[in-house]
Design a protein around this ligand. Structure first.
Ligand code: SF4
Ligand code: SF4
Ligand code: SF4
Length: 179
Protein backbone atom coordinates (compact mmCIF):
# COMPACT_ATOMS: atom_id res chain seq x y z
CA UNK A 1 0.00 0.00 0.00
CA UNK A 2 1.13 3.52 -0.69
CA UNK A 3 2.11 5.85 2.14
CA UNK A 4 1.49 9.38 0.96
CA UNK A 5 3.56 12.20 2.39
CA UNK A 6 4.35 15.82 1.71
CA UNK A 7 7.87 17.21 1.57
CA UNK A 8 8.25 20.99 1.86
CA UNK A 9 11.46 22.83 1.09
CA UNK A 10 11.59 25.65 3.64
CA UNK A 11 14.54 27.21 1.81
CA UNK A 12 12.28 27.97 -1.18
CA UNK A 13 9.13 29.21 0.59
CA UNK A 14 8.62 32.97 0.27
CA UNK A 15 5.41 33.14 2.32
CA UNK A 16 3.29 34.30 -0.61
CA UNK A 17 0.17 32.50 0.74
CA UNK A 18 -0.73 31.11 -2.70
CA UNK A 19 -1.05 27.65 -1.07
CA UNK A 20 -3.53 29.03 1.44
CA UNK A 21 -5.64 30.69 -1.25
CA UNK A 22 -5.46 27.59 -3.48
CA UNK A 23 -6.71 25.40 -0.63
CA UNK A 24 -9.56 27.71 0.23
CA UNK A 25 -10.70 27.78 -3.38
CA UNK A 26 -10.22 24.08 -4.12
CA UNK A 27 -11.89 22.89 -0.93
CA UNK A 28 -14.50 25.59 -0.43
CA UNK A 29 -13.06 26.34 3.02
CA UNK A 30 -15.51 28.60 4.86
CA UNK A 31 -14.81 32.24 5.64
CA UNK A 32 -12.68 32.66 8.76
CA UNK A 33 -11.11 29.16 8.63
CA UNK A 34 -8.02 27.66 6.98
CA UNK A 35 -6.80 24.15 6.29
CA UNK A 36 -3.25 25.43 5.77
CA UNK A 37 -1.34 28.44 7.01
CA UNK A 38 2.10 30.07 6.98
CA UNK A 39 4.37 30.04 10.03
CA UNK A 40 7.44 32.22 10.56
CA UNK A 41 10.04 30.91 13.02
CA UNK A 42 13.48 32.13 14.00
CA UNK A 43 15.83 29.16 13.68
CA UNK A 44 19.35 28.69 15.08
CA UNK A 45 21.42 30.27 17.81
CA UNK A 46 22.80 33.79 17.88
CA UNK A 47 24.60 34.96 15.77
CA UNK A 48 23.66 32.25 13.28
CA UNK A 49 19.96 32.96 13.00
CA UNK A 50 17.62 32.76 10.05
CA UNK A 51 13.90 33.16 9.54
CA UNK A 52 12.20 29.97 8.42
CA UNK A 53 8.96 30.39 6.49
CA UNK A 54 6.87 27.29 6.09
CA UNK A 55 3.44 26.16 4.97
CA UNK A 56 1.70 24.03 7.61
CA UNK A 57 -1.35 21.74 7.62
CA UNK A 58 -2.49 18.43 9.09
CA UNK A 59 0.52 16.10 9.21
CA UNK A 60 -1.49 12.97 8.36
CA UNK A 61 0.25 11.32 11.28
CA UNK A 62 1.05 7.61 11.31
CA UNK A 63 0.18 7.54 15.01
CA UNK A 64 -2.74 10.00 15.07
CA UNK A 65 -4.24 10.92 18.47
CA UNK A 66 -7.19 12.57 16.67
CA UNK A 67 -8.18 9.12 15.39
CA UNK A 68 -7.65 7.36 18.71
CA UNK A 69 -9.76 9.87 20.67
CA UNK A 70 -12.67 10.05 18.23
CA UNK A 71 -15.61 8.30 19.94
CA UNK A 72 -17.55 7.54 16.75
CA UNK A 73 -14.90 6.33 14.33
CA UNK A 74 -15.45 9.42 12.15
CA UNK A 75 -11.76 10.27 12.22
CA UNK A 76 -9.85 7.46 10.58
CA UNK A 77 -6.75 6.44 8.67
CA UNK A 78 -8.02 5.92 5.14
CA UNK A 79 -6.88 3.24 2.75
CA UNK A 80 -5.89 6.00 0.32
CA UNK A 81 -2.21 5.87 1.22
CA UNK A 82 -2.77 6.38 4.94
CA UNK A 83 -4.35 9.84 4.54
CA UNK A 84 -6.17 10.79 7.78
CA UNK A 85 -9.76 11.73 7.00
CA UNK A 86 -13.05 12.52 8.73
CA UNK A 87 -16.25 10.76 7.78
CA UNK A 88 -18.50 13.80 8.11
CA UNK A 89 -21.67 11.70 8.41
CA UNK A 90 -20.29 9.99 11.53
CA UNK A 91 -18.92 13.15 13.19
CA UNK A 92 -20.94 14.52 16.13
CA UNK A 93 -18.81 17.67 16.49
CA UNK A 94 -17.60 16.76 20.00
CA UNK A 95 -14.15 18.35 19.41
CA UNK A 96 -12.21 15.49 21.07
CA UNK A 97 -10.00 15.31 17.97
CA UNK A 98 -9.34 19.04 18.09
CA UNK A 99 -8.17 18.78 21.69
CA UNK A 100 -5.98 15.77 20.84
CA UNK A 101 -4.18 17.23 17.82
CA UNK A 102 -0.84 18.79 18.82
CA UNK A 103 -0.73 20.76 15.57
CA UNK A 104 -4.00 22.68 15.87
CA UNK A 105 -4.84 21.37 12.41
CA UNK A 106 -8.60 20.92 12.82
CA UNK A 107 -11.64 23.10 13.16
CA UNK A 108 -15.39 22.67 13.37
CA UNK A 109 -17.02 23.51 10.07
CA UNK A 110 -20.03 25.87 10.40
CA UNK A 111 -22.15 22.87 9.38
CA UNK A 112 -21.13 21.14 12.64
CA UNK A 113 -18.44 18.57 11.78
CA UNK A 114 -14.69 18.48 12.31
CA UNK A 115 -12.59 19.07 9.23
CA UNK A 116 -9.01 19.78 8.16
CA UNK A 117 -6.55 19.19 5.33
CA UNK A 118 -7.40 16.03 3.40
CA UNK A 119 -4.19 15.97 1.33
CA UNK A 120 -6.76 16.75 -1.40
CA UNK A 121 -7.57 13.04 -1.65
CA UNK A 122 -10.21 13.84 -4.31
CA UNK A 123 -7.36 15.04 -6.55
CA UNK A 124 -4.86 12.39 -5.46
CA UNK A 125 -7.18 9.56 -6.53
CA UNK A 126 -7.22 11.17 -9.99
CA UNK A 127 -3.42 11.19 -10.10
CA UNK A 128 -3.20 14.93 -9.45
CA UNK A 129 -1.10 16.75 -6.88
CA UNK A 130 -2.90 18.48 -3.99
CA UNK A 131 -4.03 22.00 -4.92
CA UNK A 132 -1.48 23.71 -2.67
CA UNK A 133 1.37 21.67 -4.15
CA UNK A 134 0.23 22.31 -7.72
CA UNK A 135 -0.11 26.06 -7.13
CA UNK A 136 3.08 26.94 -5.25
CA UNK A 137 4.97 29.40 -7.52
CA UNK A 138 8.38 28.45 -6.10
CA UNK A 139 7.64 24.71 -6.31
CA UNK A 140 8.65 24.22 -2.70
CA UNK A 141 6.13 21.45 -2.02
CA UNK A 142 6.24 17.84 -3.19
CA UNK A 143 3.67 15.09 -2.74
CA UNK A 144 4.10 11.37 -3.27
CA UNK A 145 4.46 7.84 -2.02
CA UNK A 146 7.17 7.07 0.54
CA UNK A 147 6.74 3.34 -0.10
CA UNK A 148 8.14 3.93 -3.60
CA UNK A 149 11.92 4.44 -3.28
CA UNK A 150 11.96 6.15 -6.69
CA UNK A 151 9.33 8.77 -5.87
CA UNK A 152 10.50 12.37 -5.66
CA UNK A 153 9.54 12.56 -1.97
CA UNK A 154 11.59 9.44 -1.17
CA UNK A 155 14.59 10.75 -3.08
CA UNK A 156 14.42 14.14 -1.38
CA UNK A 157 14.36 12.53 2.07
CA UNK A 158 17.31 10.33 1.08
CA UNK A 159 19.39 13.26 -0.18
CA UNK A 160 18.45 16.25 1.98
CA UNK A 161 18.36 17.16 5.67
CA UNK A 162 14.86 17.42 7.04
CA UNK A 163 12.80 17.64 10.18
CA UNK A 164 9.21 17.12 11.24
CA UNK A 165 7.20 19.33 13.58
CA UNK A 166 6.79 18.34 17.26
CA UNK A 167 8.50 14.94 16.91
CA UNK A 168 8.36 14.69 20.71
CA UNK A 169 4.59 14.31 20.52
CA UNK A 170 5.10 10.82 19.08
CA UNK A 171 2.50 11.26 16.35
CA UNK A 172 4.87 10.28 13.49
CA UNK A 173 3.95 13.20 11.21
CA UNK A 174 4.05 12.67 7.45
CA UNK A 175 4.77 16.24 6.41
CA UNK A 176 8.54 16.65 6.18
CA UNK A 177 10.38 19.96 6.09
CA UNK A 178 13.65 20.21 4.16
CA UNK A 179 16.06 22.50 6.00
FE1 SF4 B 1 -4.58 14.17 13.47
FE2 SF4 B 1 -3.47 16.50 14.03
FE3 SF4 B 1 -1.93 14.46 13.14
FE4 SF4 B 1 -3.62 15.69 11.50
S1 SF4 B 1 -1.83 16.62 12.50
S2 SF4 B 1 -3.35 13.46 11.74
S3 SF4 B 1 -5.34 16.22 12.84
S4 SF4 B 1 -3.05 14.55 15.09
FE1 SF4 C 1 -14.75 12.36 16.06
FE2 SF4 C 1 -16.12 14.44 15.12
FE3 SF4 C 1 -15.73 14.21 17.75
FE4 SF4 C 1 -13.71 14.83 16.08
S1 SF4 C 1 -15.50 16.10 16.51
S2 SF4 C 1 -13.66 13.35 17.78
S3 SF4 C 1 -14.22 13.62 14.28
S4 SF4 C 1 -16.89 12.80 16.47
FE1 SF4 D 1 -5.50 22.21 1.43
FE2 SF4 D 1 -5.30 20.06 -0.14
FE3 SF4 D 1 -3.13 21.42 0.51
FE4 SF4 D 1 -4.39 19.99 2.38
S1 SF4 D 1 -3.34 19.19 0.57
S2 SF4 D 1 -3.59 22.10 2.62
S3 SF4 D 1 -6.52 20.22 1.73
S4 SF4 D 1 -4.82 22.19 -0.74
Amino acid sequence: MARYAMVIDTTKCVGCMDCVVACKTENNVPEGFNRDWITYETIGKFPNLHMEIRSERCNHCDNPPCVYTCPTGASHISDIGGIVLVDYDKCIGCKACIAACPYDARFIHPDGYATKCTFCEHRVVQGLDPACVATCPTHCMYFGDLEDPNSEVSKLLQSRKYRVLNPESGTKPQVYYLI
